[in-house]
Design a protein. Structure first.
Length: 226
């Protein structure tokens, strides 16, 4: 994976063909056979790769979730920042082709079953972030883990909706600034303290009152071990 998650070109072509047909004909009026023919694949290949019409709409999310699990499984010096970077990776994928993302959004908004599945998909990202934070920061209050995961997900979706509902591009920098503010509000944004100072027998640390206890402990350990 490069700096952003990137589903395979073949998969993306099928997804694009399906969304085009859904936009033109309607979701219920479009058959798997029509999608396969438009994408230049066999019906059996379509079912093997996606499973059904609902699945092709959410194919990018399945690949993104899998790649985020791999990304978060790697060592990260700052777990809070890693969660924010995971959010950026997802946003960057959809921002790379905003017109396709907007057509997909319009299809999902128009079909009740797809809207329901979208809600479940959003929760899967939130749960992934929550579980990662609990594992990466032993002793972290579960309320802090779920609260940060939910806040990052909500901020991400707010910026993504700006992209999906408007005609203009919304650069990744907009999300990054919003996520920095999220970390600041949660008390876990790095304060830029000098980390290369000479070691001493006494360590004095000042942290925001809102910072989770587990994060305070992590930063203190980092200073003591540095």
């Amino acid at each position: 994976m490069s700096d952003t998650a990137s589903p395979s070109a073949a998969s993306t072509a099928v997804v694009a063909a399906a969304i085009d047909l859904f936009s033109e004909q309607g979701f219920d009026q479009t058959s798997v056979e029509q999608i396969a023919r438009a994408a230049g694949v066999s019906r059996s290949t379509f079912f093997r790769q996606f499973g059904g019409k609902d699945d092709v709409i959410f194919a990018d999310h399945e690949l993104l979730l899998a790649e985020l699990r791999e990304y978060l499984a790697q060592p990260h010096d700052d777990p809070w920042a890693a969660v924010c970077e995971a959010s950026v990776r997802v946003y960057s994928h959809f921002a790379a082709d905003p017109e396709l993302a907007r057509r997909r959004y319009a299809v999902v908004r128009g079909v009740a079953t797809l809207r329901d599945r979208e809600i479940v998909t959003v929760f899967r990202y939130e749960r992934l972030f929550d579980e990662y934070l609990r594992a990466a920061l032993p002793g972290l209050d579960p309320l802090d883990a779920v609260g940060f995961a939910a806040l990052v997900t909500a901020v991400h979706n707010h910026v993504l909706r700006q992209l999906l509902r408007g005609p203009k591009r919304v650069p990744v920098a907009v999300l990054r600034r919003a996520l920095d503010d999220t970390m600041r509000r949660f008390g876990v944004l790095s304060d830029g303290e000098e980390r290369d100072a000479a070691p001493d027998d006494v360590v004095v640390a000042v942290f925001p009152r809102s910072m989770p206890t587990a994060e305070v402990a992590r930063r203190v350990r980092e200073q003591l071990d540095g």
